[in-house]
Design a protein around this ligand. Structure first.
Ligand SMILES: Nc1ncnc2c1ncn2[C@@H]1O[C@H](COP(=O)(O)OP(=O)(O)OP(=O)(O)O)[C@@H](O)[C@H]1O
Ligand SMILES: [Mg+2]
Length: 250
């Protein structure tokens, strides 16, 4: 690893086609992207321009048709299914517009689950979940089920869950898309805390307010990069994130 300037996430010539022959669509079409550790990156662009597809490729939820994805210095687009599943459990965290919590589990159990799947002991998983739910302001709601929580509270549980294995990168796809303005502010406040703590964060958003909080805004058009702006790049951007490198290959 070459100091802390190495990007934690890198895409090169990244492309994803759907369909075939006349109906083939290049949802992502030749994207090159380097994300330094600790950066907060917003991906914007019109509906259908490939934002969600790009996020899924970067996070190992989908495989590219062409090009490469590197995470924490390792190439991930050619990993076998088992290694990719391990990567998804240990090295990345996801936050979705519709939360994707397990309805049958309490808030605490939702957060514990990925820790248990990654091999933590029940005691460690409980301790981490309690700490994270406290951090997102839900210490009083740990035994509630998702149906007993507001949208903003559900999304805060989902954020706690995304953090439980100390991921290299947190990916969020329209994290505030289903939230009212008060809940959106709450999520933005949390993302601001993550940013201060040096967490690398890649989020897809239509919301100008959300994009305006990012260090960098990449806009897509028809699967290609159409803009790359750095409204708030910080001089200390490239700090320690890689220190948190987890050895998810073990
Ligand atoms: N599973 C699929 N099969 C076929 N085409 C798909 C599939 N998923 C996405 N596409 C196509 O790929 C393109 C990019 O889709 P994607 O969902 O990445 O867009 P998006 O920018 O996230 O849009 P939105 O803002 O509406 O969520 C679109 O033209 C879409 O129709
Ligand atoms: Mg989308």
């Amino acid at each position: 690893m070459n100091g802390d300037r190495a990007p934690v996430l890198r895409a090169s010539g990244l492309s994803r086609a759907y369909g075939r022959d006349e109906s083939m669509v290049w949802a992502v079409d030749g994207v090159d992207l380097d994300v330094p550790a600790g950066q907060t990156l917003a991906v914007t662009g019109p509906s259908g321009c490939g934002k969600s597809t790009l996020l899924q490729l970067l996070g190992g939820l989908d495989r590219p048709s062409e090009g490469e994805v590197w995470l924490g210095g390792r190439r991930i687009d050619r990993l076998g299914e088992r290694a990719l599943a391990r990567l998804r459990r240990r090295a990345v965290g996801f936050v979705f517009q519709s939360f994707h919590l397990m309805d049958e589990l309490t808030a605490a159990e939702n957060v514990e689950l990925p820790a248990l799947l990654a091999g933590a002991t029940p005691r460690t998983a409980r301790r981490r979940a309690a700490g994270l739910l406290d951090r997102v302001g839900l210490a009083e709601r740990t035994r509630h089920r998702p149906s007993q929580l507001s949208g903003g509270q559900r999304q805060r549980v989902a954020i706690a869950r995304a953090l439980v294995n100390e991921p290299l990168v947190v990916f969020a796809d329209e994290p505030t898309g289903n939230l009212d303005s008060a809940a959106t502010n709450e999520v933005l406040r949390l993302f601001g805390e993550l940013r201060s703590a040096g967490q690398t964060l890649v989020m897809v958003t239509h919301d100008e307010r959300v994009a305006a909080t990012a260090d960098r805004v990449v806009s897509l058009r028809d699967g290609r990069t159409a803009g790359d702006d750095r409204p708030h790049e910080r001089p200390d951007d490239r700090r320690s994130g890689l220190g948190a490198l987890l050895n998810w290959e073990e």
